[in-house]
Design a protein around this ligand. Structure first.
Ligand code: AMP
Ligand code: MG
Length: 316
């Protein structure tokens, strides 16, 4: 049996499989088996109010999982699936409440990763999968991150490093167009080429659960820096996640996330750099270089601000 066949067997048996997607590694279970899904929450220590995204490999699965959907779903799917985009849609009765945290909607995505698609097809069911890490901690972009930081997974499928590196963009539809519930590398501007953005309707808090102020956070203090505050930082035991190269002097360790100052590289390498510095005993403080909040920079700053949130007022 191939590794994917073994993993699919585990999914069919109601067990948990960590697997690569293009965004980050997911912790997957049969989305239609509530007991299996319950174990995801248990292993991740994830609060039950935070709903899971369901991963599919074939557009036909939309009919089974949703109560109804209109042609806008197919317009978006045609341009962005498989890919790092989740659509929140009215759920059908076969989707267990535990998956959606009791919401009447379900988040659905078709990942752009051959191993993930093969696993979903061979399992013969949609796969519910959040990131394969403890709730609130740094997301996994390598199989080794899962192995080292998440015990109790039944099987880990190693598909190498994830190619996007940050979680999917999440959208929902309203009468007027689409709204973004979470930013990712598919930006508002790209989506607007196909559908209008609704900036009239306020996003109700209840429709975007799980959007915490603190998330993606290392076990060590992390702060954001730019040219304006870099001088005040003690760099003797600090590691820098560097983007432009302009802030690097005096840091005891520097991880440059991009050679050509490409924001996509920042997304791809950001969580791996955080893991590296979190695991390095010579480092007490992690500094991440801030970027302009435009295009993909919106999603990058969203992750970095959440990683920083609980640390801002903590002394080390
Ligand atoms: P992840 O953190 O990648 O597992 O994605 C899960 C996030 O997707 C949750 O924290 C929610 O913010 C969002 N999500 C999933 N399902 C829904 C839904 N039905 N309605 C609104 N947001 C959802
Ligand atoms: Mg996560």
């Amino acid at each position: 049996m191939s590794n994917v066949e073994v993993a699919a067997k585990y999914i069919k048996e109601g067990k948990l499989v960590a697997f690569p997607t293009e965004t980050v590694y997911g912790l997957g279970a049969n989305a239609l088996n509530p007991q299996a899904v319950a174990r995801i929450f248990e292993v991740k220590e994830r609060p039950s109010f935070d709903p899971l995204i369901v991963h599919i490999a074939d557009l036909k699965e939309l009919d089974q999982l949703t109560a109804h959907h209109d042609e806008r779903v197919f317009i978006i799917a045609k341009h962005f699936w498989p890919g790092p985009l989740t659509m929140v849609l009215p759920k059908s009765d076969i989707v267990p409440d535990i998956v959606t945290s009791g919401l009447p909607t379900v988040g659905i995505r078709m990942p752009n990763n051959e191993v993930a698609l093969d696993l979903i097809s061979k399992s013969g069911c949609p796969i519910a999968a959040p990131s394969a890490n403890k709730f609130g901690s740094i997301s996994p972009t390598l199989a080794s991150h899962v192995k080292e930081k998440l015990a109790k997974v039944d099987y880990i499928l190693d598909g190498g490093k994830t190619s996007v590196g940050i979680e999917s963009t999440i959208i929902k539809f309203t009468k007027y167009g689409f709204q973004i519930l979470r930013n990712g590398i598919i930006t508002k501007e790209e989506l607007e080429k196909y559908l209008p953005h609704d900036d009239k309707t306020p996003i109700e808090e209840a429709s975007a659960p799980g959007m915490m102020k603190s998330h993606y956070s290392p076990q060590k203090k992390l702060l954001l820096a730019d040219n304006s505050n870099i001088l005040n930082i003690d760099k003797s035991k600090a590691g820098l996640i560097s983007f432009t190269g302009n802030l690097e002097s005096a840091f005891s360790k520097v991880i440059r996330v991009s050679e050509k100052q490409d924001l996509k590289d920042y997304a791809v390498n950001m969580f791996e750099a955080m893991h590296n510095l979190e695991d390095d005993d010579s480092i007490d403080l992690i500094i991440a270089e801030a970027v302009a909040e435009e295009g993909i920079g919106v999603a990058i700053m969203d992750r970095l601000r959440k990683a920083e949130y609980n640390w801002r007022n903590v002394k080390v």
